[in-house]
Unconditional design. Structure first.
Length: 585
């Protein structure tokens, strides 16, 4: 084998790995946030976890990505270890799809058989892919084009490696080295090391398939232990990912390792015992890439069937390995996990789910502040302060995480979601600030033992009712992605603006009549200002949600257009709320 052949082999490997990376990334991008929704629906039923794990991995072409997601989800508290075990098993089955795709390169013949050989249709896919990427404006079409290009690069790299490896066909030294791997221990070790270095079982399987197709020196006795070792080597990615995670997340990576190690030991032990008794004649026969795909699939399916009834035991084994020490408390689970950044669409969905929690806490905090305006309570006042501090932490962590997500390769739609989400958490944080301001005003009234006149108290009560409704509509619309409810916010916000002006006028009149005092006027002014600002932020939250769905970018432009195009509908809603919250004498 010449230097040129070695460089050609390495070049083909590089193209192959880049194609795998491109294909996997584009598939993840196309799947978008649905990945997290699918994985979050896992119940305690391991069989459903296996099915979903296999499906997601087959879709994104990466068992490592699925397992790393599991580490991130468990670390973030989205899933429990017991739920992740089934998904990990399924991921091992889903990853076999890649070996079947690569086995198509061994299809020979003419007519219908030739259609299934990627060599014959890859150039067409590459042409379609480059046209979609370069000339299409649709982000979805560009992603589909990237998928086609990734697949084409995968096959081109495979063919390049095959051409370079063909010279090894009659090389006696190479044949001698390969015979060494028929020793099960050496074969497993070689497969594990190769996969650990390449960080991809799909790539190492592809290399083995290339050698089997072109050299004719790979027998069943050589391939079997190497393939099983490759499964063990694939655990390295998850193990590395679990560094710095909490104990539950580390246990996910350990379960993945134990699953493959136990499966390999049991499978090899039983297989070689049977082989020793029966002496299977096919063991010395050579095999092609299809044979490798068959072994890879059979092993993963059989091991899953074998260990599926023992998911609880695998979980306990992981807990025994990563123990909880007496008195040793877990570190605080981070709100967002950086491991999920490897799958930006999933990270965005995770950001949204955490932002929903922030929104619910914000709503609860503001309502508490409105309640103590009516009846002051010290414990409630302290809870408002504590909640506001927690909301500040939410904003800081979500904001930092969003900026990291924004640096990734995102679709246009995802980029807009990230931008609007960043604005929304800012509005939520400001609402919590106003909750504290309202609390302080209520506290001042309590400390000074002053209160509004019956008329003013009734009017403030109406304003509070309107504010409670607009807050409920905005937060509910954000959490449930209810566009219809979001469109009800702006008319109510206009009514609250009008209420504020009318309340100020009525206070001035009472001041002239000597019914109210200047001191209470300042307090009322503070309350009304905070009420109006909260309504404004509720409007911003609703508008951001509508913008995502209707692809509008400029908030002021959008609001002008909303009132112009939907004037009749807008005014109907406005008049309904104006009547509902009318200040009657």
């Amino acid at each position: 084998m010449t230097v040129h052949d070695v460089l050609t082999m390495l070049g083909g490997l590089c193209v192959f790995m880049f194609g795998m990376h491109t294909l996997s990334g584009a598939l993840e991008k196309l799947a978008g946030g649905r990945l997290e929704h699918w994985l979050e629906r896992i119940t305690s039923n391991p069989l459903k976890g296996v099915a979903l794990g296999a499906g997601v991995t087959a879709l994104i072409q990466s068992s490592a990505a699925t397992t790393v997601m599991m580490v991130g989800f468990v670390n973030s508290g989205i899933m429990k270890l017991s739920q992740a075990v089934g998904v990990i098993m399924g991921a091992n089955i889903g990853t076999t799809i890649t070996s079947w795709l690569l086995s198509l390169t061994s299809v020979n013949g003419s007519g219908i058989a030739a259609v299934f050989n990627p060599t014959n249709f890859t150039p067409v896919l590459a042409l379609i892919g480059i046209v979609l990427v370069m000339f299409m404006k649709s982000d979805k079409k560009k992603t589909i084009g990237t998928i086609l290009l990734g697949f084409s690069l995968l096959m081109f790299g495979m063919n390049t490696m095959s051409s370079a490896a063909e010279v090894l066909k009659d090389n006696e030294k190479f044949a001698g080295v390969m015979v060494m791997f028929s020793n099960p221990a050496l074969g497993v070790l070689a497969g594990a090391l190769l996969t650990a270095v390449l960080q991809s079982s799909s790539v190492s399987i592809g290399i083995l398939q290339t050698l089997s197709n072109k050299t004719g020196t790979i027998t069943y006795s050589i391939a079997l232990p190497i393939i099983l070792g490759q499964n063990i080597g694939s655990c390295v990615t998850a193990l590395i990912s679990s560094i710095g995670a909490n104990k539950s997340a580390k246990r996910v990576a350990i379960v993945h390792l134990y699953f493959n190690v136990i499966g390999t030991v049991v499978f090899l032990t039983l297989f070689y015992i049977v082989n020793g008794i029966i002496d299977m004649p096919f063991m010395q026969n050579t095999l092609n890439s299809t044979g490798i795909a068959v072994i890879h699939t059979c092993f993963n399916v059989l091991v899953t069937l074998l260990l599926l009834p023992f998911t609880k035991q695998l979980e306990k084994l992981a807990c025994l390995t990563i123990r909880d020490k007496p008195g040793d408390e877990e570190t605080e689970v981070p709100i967002l996990d950086k491991r999920l950044l490897k799958t930006p669409a999933v990270a965005i969905e995770h950001c949204k789910s955490v932002a929903f929690k922030m929104a619910k806490l914000t709503k609860k905090t503001l309502i508490m502040s409105l309640d103590i305006v009516k009846k002051y309570d010290k414990e409630t006042a302290q809870t408002i302060i504590d909640n506001e501090n927690a909301i500040d932490i939410y904003e800081d962590k979500i904001g930092s995480y969003i900026l990291q997500v924004a640096s990734k390769d995102l679709s246009v739609a995802d980029s807009q979601v990230v931008s609007n989400l960043l604005h929304t958490i800012g509005d939520l944080e400001r609402i919590s600030d106003h909750a504290v301001n309202i609390k302080e005003t209520a506290e001042e009234m309590f400390d000074k033992k002053i209160k509004f006149s019956p008329a003013a108290e009734k009017e403030v009560g109406i304003m509070i009712d309107a504010l409670t409704e607009i807050l409920d509509k905005a937060i509910t619309a954000f959490v449930t992605v209810d566009i219809a409810k979001a469109k009800e916010v702006e008319p109510l916000e206009d009514v609250i603006d009008a209420l504020r002006a009318e309340l100020k006028n009525r206070h001035v009149q009472r001041l002239r009549d000597g019914i109210c005092t200047i001191e209470l006027g300042f307090i009322l002014q503070d309350l009304l200002t905070n009420f109006e600002r909260v309504a404004d932020h509720c409007s911003n939250v609703a508008v951001c949600l509508i913008q995502i769905k209707e692809n509008s970018l400029d908030t002021h432009e959008y609001m002008t257009e909303l009132k112009r195009l939907e004037k009749s509908e807008f005014m109907d809603e406005f008049n309904k709320y104006k009547e509902k919250y009318a200040l009657r004498d």
